[in-house]
Design a protein around this ligand. Structure first.
Ligand SMILES: [Zn+2]
Length: 232
């Protein structure tokens, strides 16, 4: 069976820097599944990126959200409006935050931190909270569990990688031995690190999750933040 595992690039301005993230596209004869979808407002960039491969948001069959952070689900509701047939996947533990049935943990955390920020960081903190409040919730259509096997691109194994958030998941592409890490692992100067430790909700779990995916000794790790570790 023919398939392609592609890395997309999405950038967004953030203060005086630019944030770059790398969603992954799992494209085979039956499925076109996007893993994480960028920031609030990333829809047009996503269309451009898909356009490079003669694809479009309308043709996506699925969207996997590794967790409920704004840089991973920011464009999800906009995608669902353009393509109401798309199936949205996430773990059960993240689903209630993605749908905002429960207050997103990241917003709770940011509001708590805001109370303790020194005065010169108050503006930044409240802008961050406002941005998190603008994340549009979306309903999850299907839950993914640890050990689930999807038929995407010759076999995709779901791995629970809690820590960054409680229901975080990563994906292992069996045929190519690629781990799509989400935020279970990031790269800094080419080295695997815990993504944003200051925002990690459970650092111990995050460390065991990173070790768990590293122990797979995959050929490559596609990190949402930082790029590819191993063979590109
Ligand atoms: Zn992230």
């Amino acid at each position: 069976m023919e398939y392609k595992i592609l890395r997309l690039v999405i950038t967004a301005p953030f203060g005086d820097t630019v944030n770059t993230v790398y969603p992954t596209l799992l494209w085979d004869e039956k499925n076109i599944v996007l893993v994480d979808c960028g920031f609030i407002g990333s829809l047009s960039t996503l269309e451009k990126e898909l356009g490079q491969h003669w694809l479009s948001v309308k043709r996506l069959t699925g969207l996997v959200l590794t967790h409920h952070d704004h840089d991973h689900m920011g464009a999800a509701a906009a995608i669902k409006r353009v393509n109401p047939n798309i199936k949205i996947y996430a773990s059960q533990a993240e689903a209630s935050y993605i749908s905002a049935e429960e207050k997103p943990l990241r917003l709770k955390q940011a509001e708590e931190m805001q109370k303790m920020l020194p005065s010169d960081q108050q503006d930044f903190g409240s802008a961050f909270c406002d941005m998190l409040r603008r994340v549009e919730p979306v309903l999850v259509d299907e839950f993914l569990h640890d050990g689930d096997k999807m038929d995407w691109c010759g076999g995709c194994h779901i791995i629970a990688t809690p820590g960054h958030t409680p229901g975080h998941i990563s994906l292992f592409m069996e045929k190519d031995s690629i781990v799509i890490t989400g935020d279970a692992m990031a790269l800094e100067e080419g080295r695997p690190v815990i993504a944003n430790p200051q925002f990690t909700l459970d650092l111990n779990h995050a460390e065991s999750s990173m070790n768990k995916i590293l122990s797979l000794k995959a050929n490559a790790y596609y990190c949402y933040h930082g790029g590819v570790y191993g063979k590109a």
